[in-house]
Design a protein around this ligand. Sequence first.
Ligand code: TZP
Ligand code: MG
Length: 216
Amino acid sequence: MDAGRGEEGGVSERCRLYLITPPKLEAKAFADTLKRTLDAGDVASLQLRLKDVSDDEIRRAAEILMPIAQKRDVAFILNDRPDLAAQLRCDGVHVGQEDASYAEARAAVGRGAIVGVTCHDSRHLAMEAAEAGADYVAFGAFFPTATKEAKTRADIETLRWWAQMMVVPCVAIGGITVENAAPLVEAGADFLAVSSGVWDFPAGPAAAVQAFNTLF
Ligand code: TZP
Ligand code: MG
């Protein structure tokens, strides 16, 4: 999940796609779609994001989907659950402010794994996470989304400021589509985290990955 900047920030590398799984999925049935989607173009990471399901269902989905991602050099990141991410040997974990602290997440997954932190639209939360050692900070939601009842709306200026000032990569999230993504790329987002903008793309998810890559 490489992206980064020069020591003083500001020198962006190319923006990359951070895919988020559909909110509901049956892993076996979804596996072929996932393969075709990841094979369509560059994808940095895949976040398994399943809400209101049992731990066993998360385990089963990870067992099926993680090898598909890893075989393609796509980092497999589990949402919400540092404990399960450690148990399942995921490449990383993404934690919201109410899931676990950065320190708790890091302690669970170890030094070699990716830990990303939701920071809403808060420069303060992002600086705190980055100073503590987060591998990326996530800002959002940038656009209206039906995937989550997003608590905050993020301002593109927060993203621009972060990208210019900081070295730790930033992820933009929330309602991002092929049509509305360009200003986020221009502002310096290192990654665009996208769910419905890929899975519900009219021409299909593979075409969405191709279209995002053209934008980058
Ligand atoms: N956090 C803020 S918005 C969001 C999350 C997890 C949902 C992202 O999904 P979509 O469909 O790309 O808006
Ligand atoms: Mg969470």
